[in-house]
Design a protein around this ligand. Structure first.
Ligand SMILES: Nc1nc2c(ncn2[C@@H]2O[C@H](COP(=O)(O)OP(=O)(O)OP(=O)(O)O)[C@@H](O)[C@H]2O)c(=O)[nH]1
Ligand SMILES: [Mg+2]
Length: 427
């Protein structure tokens, strides 16, 4: 953790989870705490201990029970912890009460995730989006966070928006939110221009989606290596760490039989993904909107892969892209002893992106789905150009046809590569 004056703060944290009766359908408390630990590590935090409490409900004032808070304080004192991280979202007053009782900084899972994003974001757009999500998170917690916001210095949860400005008042934050939104609009315009240029190229777009650490970026690199235009410079970042990828990257892949598509790598999802962050990243994930096919990469070696799969599907639903064609790609099968346990669903495939297992088969599946990209066009062909109409019947599938006064009206599905030839007849 670097401060402006280069002083490095090492965050030594205790993790706290609450197993209350209402959390049944979610991921188990153990898995959730393990994941919280991974998230903490990804943020550069040293984890000293993990503690959980079984309790029927949340305590309004302290989130966990009073006795638990005392226990946490004892832990902190004896282990010299300077941070406590809760696995669920806390309210502003809970944060304040807990900090008063324990005497060290208290943050929640959301703040931690936002902090990871703030640390890793490199593009202007990603930075703006994270800042927006942070401001939205802080807004309803202003009263509770008052002390923290005015505190100079840094550490998890205080990075990002300029603290001195934040403390003035709510309205100031709201103005800032508006300002960031305007800036994002600007960035978006630039991106749209880039995208329209890309769409003109008319290549199918395949998007890698899935839970964080499932192997999306690894798969992207492996496919790159198999393609004709491989260059190590074009590889994307891979790491055994949550949220290794924070930016969408797009690569054109050309294969020996000339099969070509654009492959895009995306940010991974995680359970309890902060809502503001999903919203904020909708823009980045817009790439997924334009995809012709989604490859849902699933870490089949993870015992929680079912839940991870569900989490991904629910985020895809929020992004309104769950109706797109999806291939379930069960990855990391090299780590599984009994491969027969990997689900065999229609259109799914088991692979190892790392060990190059079954990737030719995956490519075949992709080719079946997007090999020939078609466009639906409405054409009006004058009767004087009858031969054009018969040519079209050769290469396209005709959805509708009608003899009109001015010529033959045709609604057709036509390979994208052929569109240019008939441009003059498009209605
Ligand atoms: N054993 C094994 N490990 C794999 C495989 N594919 C990926 N990994 C490892 O899994 C870890 C995460 O891989 P990434 O490709 O960065 O995962 P990602 O889905 O892009 O993750 P985020 O960018 O964080 O969302 C790395 O340590 C990879 O080496 C595989 O097929 N087998
Ligand atoms: Mg990645």
């Amino acid at each position: 953790m670097e401060l402006e004056n280069n002083e490095v703060v090492i965050n030594r944290a205790i993790l706290v989870g609450l197993n209350h009766t209402r959390r049944k359908s979610e991921i188990s408390i153990e898995s959730s705490m393990e994941e919280l630990e991974e998230l903490a590590k990804a943020a550069g935090v040293e984890v000293l201990a993990t503690t959980t409490q079984n309790r029927p409900a949340i305590d309004v004032a302290l989130f966990v029970g009073k006795g638990k808070v005392e226990e946490i304080k004892t832990f902190c004192d004896s282990m010299e912890a300077n941070l406590v991280i809760f696995d669920d979202e806390l309210s502003g007053s809970q944060i304040r009460n807990l900090e008063d009782a324990i005497g060290v900084d208290v943050i929640d899972r959301t703040t931690l995730i936002l902090d990871i994003f703030a640390q890793r974001a490199t593009t202007k757009e990603a930075k703006l989006q994270v800042e927006l999500a942070q401001l939205k998170y802080r807004l309803p917690r202003l009263t509770g966070l008052g002390k923290k916001l005015s505190r100079l210095g840094a550490g998890i949860g205080t990075r990002g928006p300029g603290e001195t400005k934040l403390e003035t008042d709510r309205r100031h934050i709201l103005r800032k939110i508006d300002f960031i939104k305007e800036q994002l609009e600007e960035v978006k315009k630039v991106r749209e221009v880039q995208r329209s240029q890309r769409i003109k190229s008319d290549l199918p777009i395949v998007a890698l989606v899935g839970y964080t650490n499932a192997g999306k970026s690894t798969l992207m690199n492996t496919l790159l290596k198999m393609s004709l235009e491989y260059d190590v410079e074009r590889e994307v970042f891979v790491k055994d760490m949550l949220f290794a990828t924070l930016e969408v990257s797009l690569r054109k892949l050309v294969f020996p039989d000339n099969f070509t598509f654009l492959l895009t790598d995306t940010v991974g999802f995680v359970s309890k993904l902060p809502h503001n962050l999903v919203d904020a990243f909708k823009a980045t994930l817009e790439e997924v909107n334009y995809a012709d096919l989604l490859l849902h990469v699933i870490d089949a070696s993870n015992e929680d892969y079912h839940l991870q799969k569900e989490t991904t599907l629910s985020v895809l639903k929020e992004l309104h892209v769950d109706s797109k064609k999806i291939i379930n790609v069960y990855n990391k099968v090299d780590k599984i002893e009994d491969v027969s346990l990997v689900p065999k669903e229609e259109g799914s495939i088991a692979i190892s992106a790392l060990n190059n297992l079954n990737l030719d088969e995956l490519l075949k599946l992709i080719e079946v789905e997007v090999g020939v990209k078609t466009n639906e066009l409405e054409l009006l062909i004058p009767y004087s150009k009858g031969s054009v109409a018969s040519n079209i019947h050769e290469i396209a599938s005709v959805v509708e046809s009608e003899y009109k006064e001015e010529g033959i009206y045709l609604k057709v599905k036509i390979p994208s590569t052929e569109v240019e030839k008939y441009r003059e007849f498009i209605m």
